[in-house]
Structure formats: structure tokens, C-alpha cells
Design a protein around this ligand. Structure first.
Ligand code: SF4
Ligand code: SF4
Length: 139
């Protein structure tokens, strides 16, 4: 994970609560789920098959849940979910809020992540529907 916040941010434990962004924004091949469409098992506030959900759902936590990014990145408030994929930090933007990633404090933070990740071969990619943007540290 190239985000330079290696230690979780101290504070109260975080919970998914009624957030379902990771059941809606990513494509999930195992569930035959395209990007930006709700999983067939997802209702408005959670997973209908929670006790029997697939292992990949059990294993996944976004970086906000892991405590690596600040409270302003709460997925329901920011309308974005962030996760690490090897050298790549992936930011999925809710297409209903397509400009949110360009606003402070998010834009500044993503530039900082990109700047700090670059020397280690890392990078930050933002997906907004079909649009893909690589964040430049100099943007
Ligand atoms: S996007 Fe993060 S906070 Fe929201 S449900 Fe998924 S893991 Fe939980
Ligand atoms: S199976 Fe449940 S936890 Fe997994 S993506 Fe679908 S709704 Fe979300």
C-alpha cells in the first residue's frame, strides 16, 4: 500500500454501518457484478446474505475502515471509496457525485499521496464511471 500513512490513525473504531459503497462501485467478477451497479445481494443498508457472503467480501476493507485515511474520507460522506492494490491506490467515485474528487480536501490529499508514493513506484488512480484519471503530484 503506497499511501504513506503506514500506521492506522488513532481514534474510535470505525464501522461500515449502513455504507454499501463497496457493494456498489467496484466490479466484482466472482459475483458477476459490473461496476457502479449494486450487487444483487445488496439492499439499501447492507448485505442480505451477510452471514453467507463470499470470502472476498469478508476479506475486503477500504482504507477508511482500516483507519489509514482521515475521517473526511468516510465513504458515505465523501462519496468515494479508497483501497490499495499493490502499488496502486484506487479511488472509486460515486458517479452521482462526479466532481467530488476534484475538491479540497480530497484533491490536495490525493496529490500528496501521489507525490509520496511516486519515489516508491506507487501511484493514485481515480475512477469516475468510465473516466480514469492518474493523479499527478503536480496537478
Ligand atoms: S466502502 Fe468501506 S466503509 Fe463502506 S461498506 Fe465498504 S468497507 Fe465498509
Ligand atoms: S455479497 Fe453482500 S457483501 Fe458481497 S458485494 Fe454483495 S451485498 Fe456486498
Amino acid at each position: 500500500m503506497p499511501i504513506p500513512v503506514s500506521q492506522p490513525i488513532a481514534g474510535p473504531a470505525r464501522r461500515c454501518g449502513t455504507c454499501t459503497l463497496c457493494c456498489r462501485l467496484p466490479d466484482i467478477e466472482e459475483l458477476d457484478k459490473p461496476a457502479n451497479q449494486p450487487c444483487r445481494h445488496c439492499n439499501q443498508t447492507g448485505c442480505r446474505i451477510y452471514e453467507a457472503r463470499p470470502q472476498l467480501c469478508r476479506d475486503f476493507l477500504c482504507l477508511w475502515m482500516e483507519g489509514h485515511i482521515g475521517p473526511e474520507w468516510h465513504p458515505q460522506d465523501s462519496h468515494m471509496m479508497v483501497y490499495g492494490q499493490g502499488a496502486q491506490v484506487t479511488v472509486l467515485v460515486d458517479p452521482a457525485f462526479p466532481d467530488v474528487w476534484q475538491r479540497p480536501p480530497y484533491s490536495d490529499q490525493m496529490r500528496r499521496w501521489a507525490s509520496q508514493a511516486e519515489p516508491k513506484g506507487g501511484y493514485v488512480i481515480v475512477f469516475i464511471g468510465d473516466t480514469v484519471v492518474k493523479i499527478s503530484p503536480q496537478m
